[in-house]
Design a protein around this ligand. Structure first.
Ligand SMILES: Cc1ncc(COP(=O)(O)O)c(C=O)c1O
Length: 399
């Protein structure tokens, strides 16, 4: 048989999904396991959105739509971008696809030639490095530090840029760190982006989930020059608890959006007509459910951070957005637990799953080997029990 695609063979499976699959299998086998791995809200899709989805089926809205999404949905997206981020985009500059993930992919497809470098601050969401590689690009990873709130500085960005740099990926607020850039920090980064003339794929999927009264600021809003170079990715998955509906979008300048529309017209056809109707409702109806979920996430975050920091051997800093906490396990490296030496978060996570019956995501997949990611998109009861099990686990008491 002939060799398969070299590009495809080099792609690693998604580690977050692997942990989640193992967790679901254990659960299906009747094991009392608690999952903190999944990156999706535990809330159900709000009722009004579900009702519109059902009505779309009954009203036979079940055919192909334009490949970049219906005009009414794109108008609603333009409205939200204006309302929430102060941004002006035309309908033509917005492309809708099957979730934010394919939007990141098609954005990279639109700008990358083989060998182009794409700057990726770490810790990063697992898919970015693979998506860059899938487009023939070269990820250039810049490690950020917990002491700097895991944020990239303008100087670090400038130092990493070479003649081959085509773009950077900025995820704000961030998965996995939960950190959010301030307006001033974005302005500093934008100066470098404009001066060096690179693109920014800006994934803002968690923009509604920010805490402590913090104000989200979109990178594209910094200046017209920054906006011109931005491919703004967003979607309804996280803000509206709609992960299974698969609707995301990308907004970009006329030239880029034309390229993206052409690409999508061949590779995905159109996003689900039913989901587009539901997403339209999500974006245009009163936004109370978003606020309800946001407040619940904030309470859970507060509990998790406070109690995690009381446990000997681990610590975490306070995240300001998304729904993740990065637990620092540096003090456990080299220590033996249940007869096995912990060399990195991989061993920690598999031992914790085996003996603590708790699923967390090892930071190795985010390029942060001394950290594990906990998602607090789960009930307060689960969070309390998960932390109780962590304490027991660190005392080598199996659950
Ligand atoms: C940073 C980030 N971008 C994109 C996605 C994917 O979003 P969607 O489900 O809309 O494809 C995720 C999901 O975990 C994410 O964390």
């Amino acid at each position: 048989m002939k060799e398969l695609s070299k590009i495809a063979l080099a792609i690693e499976p998604s580690a977050t999904m692997a942990i989640d699959t193992l967790f679901k299998q254990m659960k299906a086998d009747g094991v009392d396991v608690i999952g903190f791995g999944a990156g999706e809200p535990d809330f159900n899709t709000p009722d009004d959105i579900k009702a519109v989805g059902k009505a779309a089926i009954d009203n036979n809205e079940t055919r192909y739509t334009p490949s970049s999404g219906t005009v009414e949905l794109r108008k609603a997206i333009a409205y939200r971008l204006k309302e929430d981020c102060g941004l002006d985009y035309t309908v033509k500059q917005i492309s809708v696809s099957n979730g934010a993930k394919p939007c990141v992919y098609v954005s990279l497809r639109a700008i990358i030639n083989p060998g182009d470098e794409v700057i990726l601050p770490s810790p990063f969401w697992v898919s970015y490095s693979e998506l860059i590689r899938m487009c023939g690009g070269v990820p250039v990873i810049i490690e950020t530090r917990e002491a700097d709130d895991f944020k990239l500085t303008a100087q670090e960005l400038a130092d990493a840029i070479t003649p081959k740099t085509k773009a950077m990926i900025l995820n704000n607020p961030s998965n996995p760190t939960g950190m959010m850039y301030s307006r001033a920090e974005l302005e500093e980064l934008a100066k470098v982006v404009v001066e060096k003339d690179i693109y920014v794929v800006c994934d803002e999927i968690y923009y509604r989930l920010v805490y402590d009264g913090g104000e989200f600021y979109s990178f594209a809003a910094v200046s017209p020059e920054a906006k011109e170079r931005t491919l703004l990715v967003n979607g309804v998955s996280k803000s509206y608890a709609m992960t299974g509906w698969r609707i995301g979008y990308v907004a970009a300048n006329d030239q880029i959006s034309t390229v993206i529309a052409n690409y999508l017209s061949h590779c995905t056809g159109s996003p689900s007509s039913i989901s587009q109707k539901a997403a339209l409702e999500a974006l245009t109806a009163p936004q109370d459910s978003v606020e309800f979920m946001r407040q619940a996430f904030q309470r859970r975050r507060d509990y998790m951070v406070e109690h995690m920091n009381k446990i000997d051997g681990v610590s975490c800093i306070m995240p300001h957005g998304a729904f993740y906490v990065m637990m620092n396990i540096e003090k456990l490296i080299g220590r033996k637990l249940f007869g096995q030496t912990i060399h990195s978060s991989d061993e920690f996570a598999s031992l914790f799953l085996k003996y603590g019956k708790v699923a967390v995501v090892p930071g190795t997949s985010f390029n942060a080997p001394n950290f594990v990611r906990w998602s607090y998109a789960t009930s307060l009861d689960n969070i309390k029990e998960g932390l109780r099990r962590l304490e027991l686990f660190l005392q080598e008491k199996a659950v």
